[in-house]
Design a protein around this ligand. Sequence first.
Ligand code: SAM
Length: 282
Amino acid sequence: MNFMIRAVEVGSRVVDGIEKVGCLNRDIPPYSLRRMVGAPPLDFTGRMYRLQGPRWLGHLRTIGELDAASSILEIGCGCGRVSGEILAHKKMATRFVGFDVREDLIDWAKEHLQRKFGNAEFFHAAIHNARYNDGGTIDASGYAFPFGSDEFELIYATSVFTHLLDVAVANYFKEIARILKPDGKFVATFFLVDIDHPHQTGGARRGPDGARPWRGPGFYNRVGSAYSPYSELPERMIGYRIADIAELATKAGLKIAGVHPGFWKHGGPSITWQDLLVFERF
Ligand SMILES: C[S@@+](CC[C@H](N)C(=O)[O-])C[C@H]1O[C@@H](n2cnc3c(N)ncnc32)[C@H](O)[C@@H]1O
């Protein structure tokens, strides 16, 4: 594993210890798990972590027709940052399933959410991801989602396809098209890159909660049709041209039904930091 990532993980566990001794933030996962799913480094109070669930509940209600869905799948659910809020909103009649490649995240979701909400099921899939699960034994490009055809009305993934290489995206799209009901919705975030401007050059404005456009390295490293700022570990952050996503979707039997550009690139008014796409079957 990348040395920097390892060092951050070790440092995060020290904060976990402080939280435990001080009985802090007991309603949310420990700092190291929050960091793993994308909470900012200085979010020691968990404020930013707690904001995400209510926000996504709103997006999925308006964009994903969440209120009409009686079966929901979250891909890459992490420790339930989003699903905790969805489960509190959609009570017992709704079937909810979440899976992730990291066992520590799923263990927390099982203990705190599956126990509390009888309609929820979380499971760990030992899929390899060089960033999140480098010991994983299952290849994402061949993973068969353990569900029958047409099982879910809503499938969503927040900040997951931003860590998947194209062979994995192709397979996940194919599986999603198979298990999504014919009139269902699939909502997911991406970094939609402009390859003529690898730095993506966002505006200077700050977004909600001080969020800034991406100012890290440019998306110079190409792996298949994926682009990453990080040559040594592309899965840290992956972007695609929207044309390539559309092509992968079409091959799988999905079409892009909605595009919501994110704040990360444009620095303008957006509902999310990453770009948000809505897919339907055709
Ligand atoms: C940035 S985190 C986001 C977690 C969660 N969606 C959220 O918003 O809180 C990315 C997540 O994707 C998961 N992940 C990585 N590769 C995956 C794969 N092939 N299938 C499913 N989940 C994956 C990681 O373990 C991690 O939990």
